[in-house]
Design a protein around this ligand. Structure first.
Ligand SMILES: NC(=O)c1ccc[n+]([C@@H]2O[C@H](COP(=O)([O-])OP(=O)(O)OC[C@H]3O[C@@H](n4cnc5c(N)ncnc54)[C@H](OP(=O)(O)O)[C@@H]3O)[C@@H](O)[C@H]2O)c1
Length: 303
């Protein structure tokens, strides 16, 4: 616990998945979570009821009036509106947890002299059934911070208290940073879903497809962790096998053209890894030619 962990009064506006989990996690680490408001009184009361000394209040203003550090954990679309609707004190700390945006969402608070910042966990809270699970999901994750020096120090300490890592991601880089979060989570799901439906198109049952895809995906994630991404690449690319790539593209173009386009784009971005794994220049040229014949003229994969 850092020296001022317990003395600073922390409040939450928005008692949803992340707000509830973060509030509970901070309380368990010895922070003073003093007040919470939400769109509905019920959400605020449920969260306040699980934290000793925390009051459910009726408005964001009451949170601001009774706390030193306020987390706005509403949906992204209303953060700016909420921040601008409150009267803040100079020196007060106001933080949101949106990934794609930075301090600009809190301009309404900064204009009144508050210190503002963004604190985004690189984690998903989909599928959780309550704040306890959210607390578990917050453990050991990476937090992307954008804030002025004093607030950044506080948020960095907080990330460490939660067993995680703090990384500075400046406001201009946050859209790119958050795109990576979506690629790691939501679009990973889309990719797995695409593999599942493609297997079903090839004759698998739904259940059989899920078993097959989960087994190979888990092994692949383990490989990436143990060996790194380049060493985990397998399949026709590593061998420079343009003939097999052509067969895949032709079959996908017949069964599901958007998936063929996805396959083509992924083939291109995979070429640098395949080169590291031993694909020679001739193999790469043959695969690029196959992609061009299939109508792919992207600039992807040329980094
Ligand atoms: N979910 C994730 O996986 C995840 C991951 C990383 C970061 N985040 C970030 O965390 C933040 C919160 O996301 P979430 O997933 O926790 O959302 P959520 O589960 O939908 O919760 C949002 C909460 O905000 C409350 N709310 C809505 N409009 C409000 C308003 N105008 N004033 C006050 N409270 C309001 C809702 O109240 P009621 O319950 O009373 O209706 C709800 O409790 C977002 O910035 C999001 O980008 C989320």
């Amino acid at each position: 616990m850092t020296t001022d962990t317990g003395s600073r009064r922390i409040g939450f506006i928005g008692a949803g998945a992340l707000g509830s989990g973060l509030a509970l996690a901070l309380h368990r680490k010895g922070y003073t979570v003093r007040a919470v408001s939400s769109l509905t009184r019920q959400s605020a009361e449920i969260l306040a009821g699980s934290i000793t000394g925390c009051n459910a209040v009726d408005s964001p203003q009451e949170v601001a009036d009774t706390c030193d550090t306020v987390f706005i954990t509403t949906p992204d679309s209303v953060i700016e509106l909420v921040a601008a609707s409150v009267t803040w004190r100079a020196g007060q700390q106001v933080v949101h947890c949106c990934g794609a945006s930075g301090k600009e969402l809190l301009k309404g608070a900064a204009d009144q002299g508050a210190e503002t910042g963004a604190f985004h966990p690189f984690q998903t809270f989909a599928g959780i059934t309550g704040p306890d699970q959210a607390v578990d999901r917050l453990t050991g994750v990476t937090f992307a911070i954008s804030a002025g020096a004093g607030l950044a120090d506080f948020l960095t300490a907080l990330a460490k208290e939660l067993g995680g890592r703090a990384v500075t991601v400046e406001d201009d880089n946050r859209a790119l940073y958050h795109a990576a979060a979506i690629l790691s989570c939501g679009y990973l799901v889309s990719l797995l879903q695409t593999a599942l439906s493609t297997l079903e198109d090839s004759g698998f049952t739904q259940e059989g497809a899920l078993e097959a895809v989960l087994a190979i995906s888990r092994s692949t994630l383990d490989n990436v962790e143990l060996l790194g991404p380049a060493a985990s690449v397998t399949g026709p690319l590593v061998r420079g096998d343009a003939g097999t790539v052509r067969k895949h593209l032709e079959a996908l173009q017949q069964s599901n053209p958007p998936v063929a386009a996805l396959y083509g784009a992924l083939t291109e971005v995979s070429l640098p890894n395949a080169r590291q794994r031993g694909m020679d220049a001739g193999g790469e040229a043959a695969i690029r030619e196959t992609l061009a014949e299939a109508g792919f003229h992207h600039t992807l994969g040329k980094r």
